[in-house]
Design a protein around this ligand. Sequence first.
Ligand SMILES: Cc1ncc(COP(=O)(O)O)c(C=O)c1O
Length: 436
Amino acid sequence: MGIIDLERVRKAHMPQTAHLNLNVRGLGPSATLAINEHSFALQQAGREVFRLGLGQSPFPVPGPVVQALQANAHQKDYLPVKGLQALREAVAGYHQRVNGIVREAEDVIIGPGSKELMFILQLVFYGDLVIPAPSWVSYSPQASIIGRQIHRIDTSPDNDWRLQAEELEALCLEDPTRPRLLILNYPNNPVGVTYPIEQLQALAGIARQYGVIVLSDEIYGELHFDGAHRSIAEFYPEGTIISSGLSKWAGAGGWRLGTFIFPPELRWLLDAMAVVASETFTTTSAPVQYAAITAYQGGSEIDDYLARSRRVLTSVGPAAAARLREADCHLPDPQGGFYLFPDFSAHREKLQQRGIISSRQLCEHLLEDAGVATLPGTDFGRPATEFTLRMAYVDFDGEAALQAAAEGVAMDEAFAREHCPNVMTAIDRIQAWLAV
Ligand SMILES: Cc1ncc(COP(=O)(O)O)c(C=O)c1O
């Protein structure tokens, strides 16, 4: 079997009419979904594949939330466009409890995943999209589909790929009154780091000065390893929309429930989004909304679930990062979520001798030769020839790992090897592949 050409796989999914006047011209299906389908196909063909491609939570949905969904299976009516009132209240209460952000139910909109809400926000807000590079795969294609200008601000590995306030200001100075939407994600996908408070304050100051609206994508906030997530909304309340949902912290990506919470100053944007929502998705699934009330109301079982999830991630993420560093990869210490973003440039010469000159080729070879699925840094906005990859350390049995992660158990590499063996074996395989 030859080397897999992921670009060809993605293009094969593109419609034959791609040359016509389509808003998706030049775009393939989401990179993440393409690699997942491809790894799955290889597995079906009998190949052993370690799946570090798709960023899906490994953990089950918390028991009380599953029970609430079962109890509400009979809910069949269309619900209000902005969401079920009791859920909007629970989401506002949650943000007050967890982030100290005081908001009303009226400030909340519920959607079928935060991704859909992001698309609708970009549609109704007329302005440029500003994102750091690297950042999550879908922000920029959404802007392209809508026809918005995209500004990627290059970040540096020396700053652990975090956007610096000076870098944001340099862009704003080019045209100070231009309307802009900055999407900031932390703990972040793809790097796995979050922002210290001083940096959030500095970014908030620049955003306020230039009237930049911030969409703060905090979908991994609950998965901050120390449970110490802070929102930029604390420092720039009037201009920040907080995005979250059930997909990552409650392991319910397939349930499709996302939340946006607005400051009263941006109610006009929320209302505009509701107009589009009423003409598109209508409302989010009723049983899922009823079940989500239980998730957002919280309680000791959910607290325990979250504490255990964080403990598992704290064992496997840093252990995997340490092994990658031993293999001469450069990467920051992960602080939350479930991603690593190693840079293989120390191996550049050797890789070039093997005919590998891009992150996409690196990704293809790792899948073909070592059976490890990852995503190339270029899908996250990095230059094609930079040897960065995103790894989602989620290929393990989350339910068993949660059970094992009781308080007092050492969350070290031994735990990761025992309970997340595929992730650790995948890293061993990469090490061995690099050593050849
Ligand atoms: C950074 C980030 N934001 C948003 C999403 C979208 O999540 P959902 O649409 O499931 O709420 C994801 C999913 O992978 C993500 O990684």
